[in-house]
Design a protein around this ligand. Structure first.
Ligand code: AGP
Length: 634
């Protein structure tokens, strides 16, 4: 996603801008640029399509590129192809006003036509962003200050924006403004000020930040002074200063070839961290960061998310309904925005977002808040917009910074937190005999949770086996993933992983759906990969596999050790360990829970399969084409 950075102070700005953009690189982009305002009030812009290295070549070879006021940007193209000219920063005609922009201006065409018709503006780029620089310039030419020109401009914008602006007329300032796109001020230690669209870019310089709220402006001065305003130009006194936690982003692969592989292997240690944070020796679940009141007297749950977060939410839905009997819906954030949100004070809305900045999720949460719903955030970023919306109830997944665009460790840690939440809710209701699972079953499940890290490690130790078995399928152009029950979301997640990083056509289906249409697509060129772990859905899924196989599809399967039936029926087996006491649950007479923890096992080979195919195919594994780590536009 697009990244904004800025610096104003007493030192040369360029190094700060480049180092900040370097931190934001992992989020995905297709061009980058900087603008510097020097003490002769000249503004110079350097920008380039492609990776940050192309921009650094430009700045390194620039002889007179100086200035202690500067802004920078990494662009993920929305309006206008990736190109040098469409890269940010953008300026007005005489380069007296220069801006960088995140977001989408929905009414940019009408504004552009007005500027061309009434002000004879000659546009240089295809972007929506460029109109902002021209509009500010037009108002400044009418004698308005930069602040008032910005306010007048904002009044005409429809859509989302995070803006950083510098201008020749007021060379000792950076102006910021935002609406439905994150923008943060960093308060430096030497009377310098920073800005960024993501706090990870600031941590190397400061831990003191001010998060701009929607429809607020900020004026950053050269001597560390800053002011915030509303759109009526009224100063906002005593803005909240947050203290960031965590360390500067250590972009270190720890010996792995890619961040993705490193993060796949980090999963067991993250689950151990979550266990020690939330499950004590007596198997009591604690969520100190959640206001327990919001978990009481709920009559409905809506889970929200996008992409991988949505699939974690699908598992959460199954758990919440199976264990706590609370009617639970799972919604794509973007789809919930497409219709009225039916929620009230008895609705618990669980918003899942690794970044906490996904625009669709934030907007859906805001509309649910207006309906009175209780908000529980499940996120990886305590200082994110989502965490601030959820105020007292944010579950931190503690996955550490996830550098690779494709989500892996954030997925399993989101899922794990949802398991704990579902059990917690079931326990709250079991006292009133409202939950489906009784105390004995809930305790068994909690006890089993403690084995997840070691089971994951056992599966991870088979990485080379998985690699050797999947590489023969590298040339296929499509894959079908099948799963049932709690493993249906895992089939979807496995398909998404493969899509994202190999660009193959990979589709996940509920195994039971194959006969209702998808089986028509089956032929010898389309392998099916099924999740076949012991549990109530095993035999039905095995039959679906066989139905596909009899129609020529190579049949692959994630299969528990010792499952001779599957070994006999399938062409390729990806063996995974069994949960240590799954036999016990049968003895307890609760077969319906036999596979309840299997998502943590089945997802490991799927993540590794996607990784090894992408690595073998020479793909940009950590920054796949067209993708962004956090989609901060609708
Ligand atoms: C998953 O691998 C993708 N990176 C994408 O689907 C991601 O899960 C989605 O954009 C949601 O991001 P979030 O968790 O930061 O909201």
């Amino acid at each position: 996603m697009c990244g904004i950075v800025g610096y104003i102070g007493k030192e040369e700005a360029l190094g700060y801008l480049i180092d900040s953009l370097r931190v934001l690189e992992y989020r995905g982009y297709d061009s980058a640029g900087v603008a510097l305002l020097d003490n002769q009030k000249r503004i110079q812009i350097k920008k380039s399509k492609g990776k940050l290295g192309n921009l650094i070549n430009l700045t390194d070879n620039a002889t007179d590129l100086h200035g202690s006021v500067g802004i920078g940007h990494t662009r993920w193209a929305t309006q206008g192809i990736p190109s040098d000219i469409n890269a940010h920063p953008h300026s007005n005609t005489d380069t007296s006003v220069v801006i960088v922009h995140n977001g989408i201006i929905n009414n940019y065409l009408e504004l552009k036509e007005d500027l061309i018709k009434n002000y004879k503006i000659a546009f240089t780029s295809e972007t929506d962003s460029e109109i902002v620089a021209h509009l500010i310039g037009v108002f400044q030419n009418q004698g308005l200050s930069l602040k008032d020109s910005l306010i007048k401009t904002i009044e005409r914008l429809k859509g989302s924006y995070a803006l950083a602006i510098i201008c020749k007329q007021e060379p000792d300032k950076i102006f910021l403004a935002c609406n439905e796109a994150p923008l943060i001020i960093g308060i430096g230690n030497n009377q310098d000020l920073f800005c960024a669209s993501d706090s990870s870019a600031l941590l190397q310089y400061t831990n003191k930040i001010i998060r701009l709220k929607d429809l607020e402006l900020a004026e950053l001065g050269r001597n560390g002074e800053y002011k915030l305003y509303d759109l009526h130009s009224k100063e906002i006194k005593n803005p909240e200063i947050q203290i960031l936690t965590g360390d500067p982003l250590l972009l270190d692969k720890a010996g792995f070839k890619h961040y993705l592989l490193k993060e796949i292997h980090e999963q067991p240690s993250i689950i151990r961290k979550l266990l020690s944070s939330h499950l004590d020796e007596d198997l009591n679940i604690q969520f100190p960061e959640v206001d327990s009141q919001i978990l009481k007297d709920i009559d409905r749950i809506i889970i929200l998310g996008c992409g991988t977060a949505y699939y974690a939410g699908m598992v959460g839905k199954i758990l919440l309904e199976t264990l706590s009997h609370i009617p639970t819906e799972i919604e794509f954030s973007s789809e919930l925005l497409a219709r009225p949100v039916l929620a009230n004070e008895k609705t618990l809305l669980i918003a899942i977002s690794q970044s906490g900045e996904t625009a669709d999720t934030l907007l859906a949460v805001k509309s649910a808040i207006q309906k009175g719903a209780r908000i529980l955030a499940v996120t990886n970023r305590p200082e994110s917009s989502l965490a601030s919306l959820a105020k007292k109830s944010t579950v931190l997944i503690q996955a550490g910074v996830e550098v690779s665009v494709a989500a892996t460790k954030s997925f399993t840690s989101q899922m794990f937190c949802l398991y704990l939440l579902a059990i917690k809710l079931a326990e709250l209701r079991s006292d009133k005999k409202l939950s489906a699972a009784n105390k004995e079953e809930l305790n068994w499940i909690k006890g089993e949770l403690r084995y997840i890290p070691q089971i994951m490690e056992q599966a991870l130790s088979r990485a080379e086996i998985y690699r050797s078995k999947i590489l023969p399928f590298a040339g296929r152009h499509a894959f079908i993933f099948l799963g049932r029950g709690v493993n249906y979301p895992i089939a979807l997640e496995g398909a998404l992983k493969l899509k994202e990083i190999t660009y193959m056509q990979a589709t996940g289906y509920a195994a039971g759906e194959m006969k209702h249409g998808p089986i028509a697509t089956i032929d010898e060129n389309i392998p099916t990969l099924s999740i076949l772990l012991p549990g109530p859905t095993y035999h039905k899924t095995l039959h679906n596999c066989i139905e596909a196989k009899t129609r020529g599809a190579p049949s692959l399967g994630i299969v528990a050790d010792g499952d001779n039936e599957a070994i006999r029926e399938l062409d390729v087996i990806f063996p995974v360990p069994q949960m240590p006491s799954s036999g016990e649950i049968k003895a307890l007479g609760h077969k319906q829970f036999e596979d309840i923890l299997s998502p943590f096992i089945s997802v490991i080979p799927l993540q590794l399969i996607a990784y090894y195919l992408a690595e073998y195919m020479g793909k940009d594994v950590d920054q796949p084409r067209n993708l962004a780590k956090s989609v901060t536009v609708e």
